[in-house]
Design a protein around this ligand. Sequence first.
Ligand SMILES: Cc1ncc(COP(=O)(O)O)c(C=O)c1O
Length: 359
Amino acid sequence: MIKLIKPYISFEEVQDEFKEIFESGWFTKGKFVEEFRNEIKSYTGAKHAYLTTSATTALTMALKALDIKAGDEVIVSDFSFPATANVVEDLGAIPIFADVSLDTFNMLFEQLESKITTKTKAVIFVDALGSPDGINEIKKICQKHNLPLIEDGACAIGSSEFGIRCGNIADITCFSFHPRKLLTTGEGGAVTFNDDKFVDFFDIKLNHGAVVNDGKFDFVDYGYNYRVPELQCVMGIKQLQKLDNIVSSRNIIRDQFIKALEALGFKAQKISKDIVYNVQSLVFKVPTDVNRDELVSYLRDHDIETTIGTYCLSGTTYYKNKYNDVQPNAKYLQDNTITFPCYDGVDIEYIVNKLKLYK
Ligand SMILES: Cc1ncc(COP(=O)(O)O)c(C=O)c1O
């Protein structure tokens, strides 16, 4: 089977540090956590970074840091994984779905402008499949309306627009280190930002609501435990060190796929020239006469694992039943995109030959 995903981490790479951790018995809140945090800061260029258990917890904390409350409206990109809207819904706030471009798959500027109301309190821009295409323009609109911008960069570690890395563009960025992502810690996430005003919030809330005075805990607030263990941070550090090489090699593979698949009528996600794209997911629109689900089954029958691009949030059963506001472009992309395997050694020729034989 040609698998969709191949992690960029091996046991050999981490075994020395794992041994050290087991021998010391120091499994959490140690030097590898601090190192991974610092490496995320220096890699992204952001002034502050905090680790979390997932992008979902990172996004929840970002919304809380912005004091998003029940009844507030938060505009979200509609082509994403449901977590993007779920975190809004979970706070009793209202996700307002902004449709996306059929080319870049990212939030449309005019959609954002047209959906801002007096109740809008924040915007969540999703780097669709890892591409931040258009985020700086979205940021300008947010600034014009005095709205904080959260970047759901769950897929976007290693990407940039205009030379500025994801993590250093929006007011707050949230990353995922789930195994589907380029950089994985098994499960995990991070929040980055530049504004010092959020530091106390994250310091206290991610430490059970405590501040430390003279070595003693003073629980000045209620808080959470979203910590990432030492072992997982070792995995993160190792992958971050080689991330740029991973991104370059994925782009070479992406170019080979584009050359072969566009000749067969597939259309790649558009990545503008100012983007460095990490190729988190290699996604194409299928030719208009092809049924995507049938194609995925056909490829599975030939030992090639593929999947859909991602979801139209407003079209999922829960959000459709509750808000009945399905966005047409996101729905089209959900139904007509396919993700191909993309990593060193993937047998492109075999995949392309099978596609050529598909009727
Ligand atoms: C765009 C987006 N946001 C959020 C998430 C949730 O990430 P996590 O599994 O780390 O909570 C995902 C996961 O696939 C995602 O793709």
